[in-house]
Design a protein around this ligand. Sequence first.
Ligand SMILES: Cc1ncc(COP(=O)(O)O)c(C=O)c1O
Length: 444
Amino acid sequence: MSPTAKTNMPVLDNFWMPFTANRQFKAAPRLLAGAEGMYYTDVDGHRVMDGTAGLWCVNAGHGRRQITDSVTRQLATLDFAPTFQMGHPIAFEFAERLAAIAPGGPAAGLDRVFFTGSGSESVETALKIAIAYQRAIGQGTRTRVIGREKGYHGVGFGGISVGGLVNNRRVFPQIPAAHLRHTLDIPRNAFSKGLPRHGVELAEDLERLVALHGAETIAAVIVEPMSGSAGVVLPPKGYLERLRAIADQHGILLIFDEVITGFGRLGTPFATDYFGVVPDLVTTAKGLTNGTIPMGAVFASRKVYDGLMTGPEQQIELFHGYTYSGHPVACAAGLATLDVYAEDGLLTRGAELATYWQDALHSLVDRPHVLDIRNLGLVGAIELAARDGAPGARAYDVFVDCFRKGLLIRVTGDIIALSPPLIVTTDHIDTIVSILGDVITRAA
Ligand SMILES: Cc1ncc(COP(=O)(O)O)c(C=O)c1O
């Protein structure tokens, strides 16, 4: 049945919604119908400011004509073509353009690009590449992967195995993995502006896991340089550098999951650039196409790529890939997205606004229930005290109330996460903080 003119409400029964309390949502739905620039419009015509870039992905803002036009042209020219033992120019063109802005710059050599369909697929791909690489260089016993508590690496079996969010893991079997401790330390680091001072020693967990499992069993360690989904958990100063050094010492590959931090979120093109720490593999998705067409990309170092380019030339080097790897329409979206980023300076714009953003968020320090405020680049989090016996309920109420007042935020447990499109202005930031401040103040 189509929506009725009276309510604008479609039948809600059939769509099994992801990561959603389906029954709760369907009893009181929030439906978005349009989007332009910094705003969504809901089905009743109300404007809602996008404080989360959709789901951390619409970095250039909504409704970018260049992307629409590029996608439309591509659909009319070559709608689909396989990339298994076949190719099409636009996939190579997009990979070359990505290589030119690859994480860490030319010296890092992270310029071999494997296309996927999502962040989860990028993670599975990177983990498999890491294990395959170790085997190709004669380290076939290295099949264990190390992740971190509170990490989110999508929903594939590899991703949940290295992930550290219990609800995503408890029901499902996993591949051999082990975990570093997370770096959230509110007692020592509350209200840090930017990177927290305390906690570099947590990187030594990698040494402990090597001592426990043996380096010869470990293929790779994967971390989000900045954890987004767990509620914005930042790496302490010096932490990533130390992780890199320990991984090197033991022949362990380092994977940065930049599905959120990629494409300008921290005020640099990638977190790799922000931290000046170069991993062996980088996973991306989301901002790759400005969220318009599903796509992911894994950047691999030449060391890793060349390590796998061995054996007879007629032999497939990596038995892995997706029907939609290098989808021509996604590539067209991605190419136009890179143009928009370059023309509007969006990959570095966050750096100009970071201090304003930081000050604005931290102005909420004295609101009731606020336990911590965290920020980096154009990411922010406000952690609220949980209501007695009802974890998550307070932040959920804040989320619902903000939406009513025209602001889309994201909540995880009792943490409010913010990541506006990188086109955000200081006026928008003022609006976000003003609505949020009022709503938090009134939240019981
Ligand atoms: C760091 C990270 N990795 C992987 C993913 C999974 O991406 P997708 O939802 O596109 O599969 C996400 C999604 O939020 C993410 O934040």
